[in-house]
Every structure is written in structure tokens, then in C-alpha cells.
Write a protein that binds this ligand. Structure first.
Ligand SMILES: [Cu+2]
Length: 341
């Protein structure tokens, strides 16, 4: 009798062990499908030059006009560091210009964004598109009293943003989509300050690997922010019609190889004058299934379009609003020839 009781106990313990193993396996499986991605970002006060060459690189004979009287202004920027010691900056490609670092997530991931205010006024980080609690909204301090909504100079705050299903590409989207983030203590002032960057969310299963969240179905990704920075209270020479903070062809580095699948992330920002129409010479793009070579951007539009680069050459790439062409919202991009051309 005592033997049979022992057998029952052994069987019971065995079943319990199997159950607990299967529960543990499930938990670890769900963990392995999503990641926590950490970023260290500082806000810093910098001098910015909208035309570092000093030239109108599109029509040199015309010069920089009223916008060239001065091209240097004090701006604020989001700068990425490798870790919480904030000593080593993460380099950015030249074409990113004034843009803050591009954060990345795969659908299901959590972003832990450590923000340090190294500037001289209260600032924050407020994201579009991702899911967050009020404590990680980075806005509306006078209502919420949340510390992340107003980070004092010298202080730090960690935002927790989830790239859930509601952040990820939907049925008609590309395999990755772009969202903006910006400072939101005094949002209008701080967007013009230059405190703006992007988040790219890749659809689950479309990433290159867990460690490399870039979409696997494209070769090159570029981002362009179209915005008129108002530097002198509306005076024409201080209305800097910029692409990523550059005017008159000073934005450089949009270079691809013939055959590349290129994804363009386009952001519009600003006010009523910021009605922009992104236009490529030499190639067309597909915008959510629609073929075009002009993409409309209103303030805070966030669009993702795709291009198969197969027409070698160096081409204009600009806003097609006539007044904005005149004011220098224009750059170039290049498709390199291959040995068969
Ligand atoms: Cu424009």
C-alpha cells in the first residue's frame, strides 16, 4: 500500500514537472520573439550650418540669395551615444544632416530610450506611432506632472515605448514604416530648434535578423525631413527651406547602386507654408500601391515609399512647390552606373 502511494506521488511529481517545463518553454519562446532595444540620446545645443559649402550647389551662378546672408544658427539636436556614459557618439551618415538618430524596432519590440538633457532648457522626447503609458508620453507636463514630460537641464529620463501591432505596418503598408519623435515641452519652439528624429518599425518576419531590424526586402533606406525653419521671426532670409537641415544642394550622400531597392522615409513638418511635394528626377516611386514621382507632405506627414533604382545618373531631388525651389529646398541623388552601362 505504501509502495502504490509512492508510485502515485512519483507520477504526480512527474506530471507537475512536465507542466512546469512546458509553461517555462512557452514563456521563453515568447521572450525570444521580441527584444528590448536600448538607446542613449542627449539633447545638445549646437551651431548648425544650412549650407556648409557656402555655395548654391544647384545653380552656383545664382548664389544663396537672402538665405546666404548668414547660414549659421544656434540649434538643438538629439545626439545618440553608445551607452550611458555619454562619451562616445554614434556616427550618422552625412545625408541625415540635422535629424536625430533613427530608432528601430521590430513589431513586438520595446524601446527603452534613455534621454539626457545636456542643453540649457527643459526638453523631452515625444514619439508618434508607438504605444506608451502617460509616463512615457513626453508631453503635457502641466496636466500630468510626469517627469518625462519636462526633463530639466542636466537631468535624465528613460522612456518605454512599445512597437506593438498598432505601430507596425498594416496590410497596405511596406514591410517597414516611419514615425517621427520630437521634443514636446514647448513643441512648436523645439521642433524649429531641430529636436526631431524618426522611428522605423519593421513588420514581424520582415526583419533581416533579431539583431538587425532593418527590412530584408530593401537594400537602402533614406529619410528626408522637409521643413521651413523659421530663424528670424518670418523674415525671408531666415526662412530656411531645408531638407534634413540643408539648402541649395548642400544635402549630400543619397547614393545607391543600380539595381538597389530603395526605401524613402519622408517627413513633413512645420506650419501652413510647409506644404511640400517630394519629387525625384530620373525615377518613379510606389506610394502604397500608387505609382508617382511626387509625394504630397503636410505638416507631420510620415510616408514610406519605394523605388527600384535602375536609371544611372545624378539627379535632382527636391520639393516641387515653386516658391520652395526658389528658396533652396533642393538636393541631388545618384544612381551609380554598373560595369554594363
Ligand atoms: Cu516645399
Amino acid at each position: 500500500m505504501s509502495q502504490s502511494k509512492n508510485n502515485i506521488t512519483v507520477i504526480f511529481l512527474f506530471v507537475l514537472l512536465m507542466l512546469s517545463t512546458s509553461i517555462l518553454t512557452t514563456v521563453s519562446a515568447s521572450d525570444s520573439t521580441s527584444s528590448v532595444r536600448e538607446y542613449w540620446i542627449a539633447a545638445e545645443k549646437v551651431e548648425w550650418d544650412y549650407a556648409p559649402s557656402g555655395l548654391n550647389k544647384i545653380k552656383p551662378s545664382e548664389g544663396l540669395g537672402p538665405w546666404g546672408v548668414t547660414t549659421k544658427y544656434i540649434k538643438y539636436r538629439y545626439i545618440q551615444y553608445t551607452n550611458g556614459s555619454y562619451t562616445t557618439k554614434v556616427p550618422q551618415p552625412a545625408w541625415m544632416g540635422l535629424l536625430g538618430p533613427q530608432l528601430r524596432a521590430i513589431e513586438g519590440d520595446t524601446l527603452l530610450v534613455h534621454f539626457k538633457n545636456m542643453a540649457d532648457k527643459p526638453l523631452s522626447m515625444h514619439p508618434h506611432g508607438v504605444r506608451y503609458k502617460p509616463s512615457s508620453d513626453g508631453a503635457d507636463f502641466e496636466f500630468t506632472n510626469e517627469p518625462g514630460a519636462k526633463v530639466a537641464p542636466g537631468d535624465s529620463f528613460t522612456y518605454k515605448w512599445k512597437a506593438d501591432k498598432g505601430s507596425a505596418p498594416a496590410k497596405n503598408d511596406s514591410s517597414s514604416i516611419v514615425w517621427a519623435y520630437h521634443s514636446h515641452v514647448n513643441a512648436v519652439e523645439e521642433i524649429y530648434d531641430g529636436l526631431i528624429g524618426t522611428i522605423v518599425v519593421t513588420k514581424k518576419g520582415k526583419e533581416r535578423s533579431t539583431d538587425d531590424p532593418r527590412p530584408k526586402d530593401v537594400d537602402v533606406e533614406f529619410t528626408t525631413l522637409y521643413m521651413v525653419f523659421d530663424e528670424e521671426d518670418g523674415k525671408e532670409g531666415g526662412l530656411m527651406h531645408a531638407m534634413n537641415g540643408y539648402i541649395f544642394g548642400n544635402l549630400e550622400g543619397y547614393v545607391v547602386n543600380k539595381g538597389d531597392k530603395v526605401r524613402w522615409y519622408l517627413i513633413g513638418m512645420g506650419s501652413e507654408i510647409d506644404l511640400h511635394t517630394s519629387h525625384w528626377h530620373g525615377q518613379t516611386v510606389v506610394d502604397q500601391g500608387r505609382r508617382t514621382d511626387v509625394v504630397e507632405l503636410l505638416p507631420t506627414s510620415m510616408k514610406t515609399v519605394n523605388m527600384k533604382a535602375n536609371n544611372p545618373g545624378t539627379w535632382l531631388y527636391h520639393c516641387h512647390v515653386t516658391d520652395h525651389i526658389t528658396a533652396g529646398m533642393i538636393a541631388r541623388w545618384t544612381v551609380l552606373r554598373d560595369k554594363h552601362d
